[in-house]
Design a binder for this molecule. Structure first.
Ligand code: TMP
Length: 218
């Protein structure tokens, strides 16, 4: 019997209001059309326990959350998500499409809150071992465009309540990640019209599907 080819781990990132949900639904249709078994998940969250931690992270509260608590909660949720959902799926050849992952930690806790990249990298190694996304789609748009869209959705969560300067730092940190790992990222201009955005996403995804099929049949 041939060895099970590992599923591919695809993450979708971006600042608030860049259209992650719409485009994740689009990616699902691409994977369905290609008969690729997959699950869709999100961070923080993805399992009942991790979703409880998400709630603690996103719901606004009177007590200010200190930066280190925020960082550790994000990684606590991630440890649970990886161990109980992501890793078992990938091992069975199932693709995991995840709405945010550790690039968001480098962007929000690193860029936004100013926590050192070294500390985040250490936690990344501790929690994830060698697991990293195979491909990350960064939906990039000017911060004011995304903030206007997020604001139109209704009540703002604890992160969405941050000011524009916070999100400028988050966006800058994402773009820095792209410079450091250009091969892993596909950057899509999310301020373009939806057809153009989705044509660019499809191009990146087809490359991933070809790699996977090469592994399966080769
Ligand atoms: P969402 O709005 O994309 O569902 O994500 C919830 C918030 O969590 C979002 O504002 C970004 C934030 N977040 C972090 O601050 N660090 C992380 O590592 C992740 C995964 C999300």
């Amino acid at each position: 019997m041939s060895e099970q080819v590992r599923g591919r781990f695809i993450t979708v990132e971006g600042t608030e209001g860049v259209g992650k949900s719409t485009n994740i639904a689009f990616i699902q249709t691409l994977l369905d059309d290609a008969n690729i078994p997959h699950i869709v998940s999100r961070e923080p969250g993805g399992t009942p326990l991790a979703e409880e931690i998400r709630n603690v992270l996103v719901v606004p509260r009177d007590e200010a959350m200190c930066e280190l608590s925020e960082l550790l909660l994000v990684f606590a949720a991630r440890a649970q998500h990886l161990k109980t959902l992501i890793e078992p799926a990938l091992e069975q050849g199932i693709w995991v499409l995840c709405d945010r992952f550790t690039d968001a930690t480098f962007a929000y806790q690193g860029g936004g809150r100013g926590i050192s990249v070294d500390l985040i990298s250490q936690l990344q190694d501790l929690v994830q071992g060698r697991v990293r996304p195979d491909c990350t789609l960064l939906l990039d748009a000017p911060v004011d465009v995304g903030m206007a869209r997020a604001g139109a959705r209704g009540a703002l969560d604890r992160f969405e309540q941050e000011k524009q300067t916070f999100f400028e730092k988050v966006r800058g940190a994402y773009l820095q990640r792209v410079e450091q790992e250009p091969d892993r990222f596909a950057v899509v201009d999310a301020s373009a019209d939806l057809n153009t955005v989705q044509a660019n996403i499809a191009q990146a995804l087809i490359a991933q599907i070809d790699l996977y099929n090469g592994g399966r049949h080769g």
